[in-house]
Design a protein around this ligand. Structure first.
Ligand code: PMP
Length: 359
């Protein structure tokens, strides 16, 4: 029996994708071998890679003047790749701090350049995003970096910040493909795959081509966007199986109706869960109503001593991965694209029952 898996990442996958992969695992479409056994230079794998890129471009609406890269090293690798590819030694870059993942990006950025934090949401306990129009970005900044969705805090930007002529860079790891995004507003969008795109091991980077060519000479080649763009992301051996699986997930998203349809489903799921939390005086969510994530929903019981019994009841009911991040405790439901509404309904039913017994 499959459980409803609310893990923040690696995360639940569409069952259809897993079954398709299973059926193709030992013999990919008559090739007589598994994708994991193919040379990354073979025509078969090159076609798998190209198809995934084409699907990513069409789903996300990536304009032609952007490169789409499939890299390794996770979003964490990109925390370093961003300054190395965009800014000279001693340059300044602007960062927005909305929580745990922003802080990691800022800490890595500081290893490579002068970081100017232009907004820090600490006064709200990282329960807010800066007000639209409030950011003052230095004109000489190499870029403005922000975290589109804070996976731990459950804080998501409902708007695209205005950085003027300064290239806008975002970590979209936990929200990419959950709803439409105007790519043309960005210089760079990057995301680890292990939430909405598929398995861990692949990192997608969408970069405006005029920003290629700024990399520091010492940039490691596996993080070097221009070198990777010129080599179709195959400067070295890519994570072939992960790339293939991401391609299957993209095909699945297409079959669901693309990002408008994903957005409708994700909005309905988020409204169901936040609605249940807000209509209860037992459960709570600390995030400002305007900044609540559609993907990661932290929720708290009135007493932390109730966390363990709740998580035990959840496991009993076939609901997995609901423990909050180890740094914050409480509970968190990650409700990515592949989580059906029925899973969220099962969670809400359990929360209602638990409240009746313990409220
Ligand atoms: N940024 C965000 C928003 C994340 O959620 C995560 C992973 N949870 C990371 C960065 C780090 O990603 P990775 O583990 O792929 O390096």
């Amino acid at each position: 029996m499959r459980v409803y898996n609310f893990s923040a990442g690696p995360a639940t996958m569409p069952l259809e994708v897993l079954e398709r992969a299973q059926s193709e695992l030992t013999d990919w479409r008559g090739s007589g071998m598994s994708v994991t056994e193919m040379s990354h230079r073979s025509p078969e794998f090159v076609s798998i890679a190209a198809e995934a890129e084409a699907r990513m471009r069409s789903l996300l609406g990536v304009p032609d003047d952007y490169a789409v890269l499939f890299l390794q090293g996770g979003a964490t690798g990109q925390f370093a790749a961003v300054p190395l590819n965009l800014a000279a030694v001693g340059a300044t870059a602007a960062y927005v701090n909305t929580g745990a993942w922003s802080k990691k990006a800022i800490a890595e950025g500081r290893n490579h350049l002068d970081v100017r934090v232009v907004a820090d949401e600490k006064d709200s306990g990282y329960a807010t995003v800066p007000a639209p129009g409030s950011l003052e970005v230095p004109a000489d900044a190499a870029y403005l970096h922000y975290t589109l969705n804070e996976t731990i805090g459950g804080v998501e930007f409902p708007y695209v910040p205005d950085a003027g002529d300064v290239p806008l860079v975002t970590d979209a790891s936990s929200t990419i493909l959950s709803r439409p995004l105007d790519v043309s507003r960005f210089g760079v969008i990057y995301a680890g795959a292990q939430k909405n795109l598929g398995p861990a091991g692949l990192t997608v980077v969408v970069v405006r081509k005029d920003l290629l060519g700024r990399a520091r000479p010492e940039t490691p080649s596996v993080l070097h966007w221009q070198a990777m763009a010129e080599a179709d992301s195959m400067l070295n051996t890519p994570p072939t199986l992960a790339w293939y699986l991401v391609g299957l997930v993209l095909e699945w998203v297409e079959q669901q109706g693309g990002l408008e349809a994903m957005a409708q489903r994700n909005r309905a799921k988020a409204e169901l869960l936040y609605g249940a939390i807000d209509s209860s005086d037992f459960w709570s969510n600390p995030v400002d109503a305007d900044a609540r994530s559609w993907m990661n929903v932290p929720f708290l019981a009135p007493d932390p001593a109730l966390d363990k019994p709740f998580l035990a009841a959840a496991a009993e009911a076939g609901l997995s991965g609901l423990g909050g991040h180890r740094s914050v405790g409480g509970m968190r439901a990650s409700i990515y694209n592949a989580m059906p509404l029925e899973g969220v309904q099962a969670l809400v039913d359990l929360m209602t029952d638990f409240e009746k017994q313990n409220g």
